[in-house]
Design a protein around this ligand. Sequence first.
Ligand SMILES: CCCCCCCC/C=C\CCCCCCCC(=O)N[C@@H](CO)[C@H](O)/C=C/CCCCCCCCCCCCC
Ligand SMILES: [Ca+2]
Ligand SMILES: [Zn+2]
Length: 263
Amino acid sequence: MPSIFSYLSAEVDWCEGNFEHSAIIAEYYNTISNAGFFILPPALLYLNRQYCQQCPLPMYFTSALLFCVGIFSTYFHMTLSYVGQLLDELSILWTLAVAYSFWYPQVYFPRCIKNRKHFLWLSGVITVVSTFMSFIKPALNAYMLNCIAFHFLYLTRKELKKCNNKRVHQIAKAMVMWWGLAITSWIGDKWLCGLWQMINFPYFHSFWHVLIATSLFYLFPLVIYFNVIYEMPSFKPKLEYWPSDSWPVRVPYVALEQSHKQC
Ligand SMILES: CCCCCCCC/C=C\CCCCCCCC(=O)N[C@@H](CO)[C@H](O)/C=C/CCCCCCCCCCCCC
Ligand SMILES: [Ca+2]
Ligand SMILES: [Zn+2]
């Protein structure tokens, strides 16, 4: 019986051919395309440094976990091992749990939850239970995790209805577009692999890595923006672009100004 650490012991195998470009890396392009998860955390911390000074804990925790997602996803695609698959999925689950615990707006808390401390406990219990359940059928975990994006889409829609800031709408549109392309690539790689192998282009899972990381570059400024609106009334958030507004490739971030409430 193969060990849970051995190469190719995972329940899933993505469309890209194994060991085609290297003897030690099972899926070469799926491995190197994780680079975005190593760039994202330091970029988030640097660009949103004013917010980070006010709320260091959520930012450092989430960034560290995103970095772990990068490490474990790289390890998974390099080995296609059972442990790699579980670490990849569990690191995503815990990153989502931590981000939700810190940033989920209080206005959407279930009625029985009175404050963020209670919400933290609730998320903690759900996450620990889900962690144990994820060992039952690891191949289903990724589908479950993808469903969380639909909840986030629903929240975004609700917030956009109340907000008339043009930049918020612009960034939300870009986030949804990149996520749409990402999820299409993820599903395409899983469901239409035969077709991609026939045309010799089985690389859609590596596109997923790049596209989902890109959508997270848009997601975090939005999450931070609404967190400032809801929970830091002495500051006014401003969405800006790095390096500047006029650049064709630009990254959004939140700057803080001392002021009163906005949308
Ligand atoms: C108040 C709400 C705050 C929400 C914060 C959201 C924080 C996002 C945190 C982590 C997402 C990382 C996802 C990267 C996955 C990379 C690893 C990977 O590719 N793993 C695959 C196997 O190699 C695996 O099959 C993928 C599993 C599915 C992951 C689903 C992630 C859901 C991400 C939700 C993000 C919403 C995007 C925007 C929606 C409009
Ligand atoms: Ca493969
Ligand atoms: Zn992957």
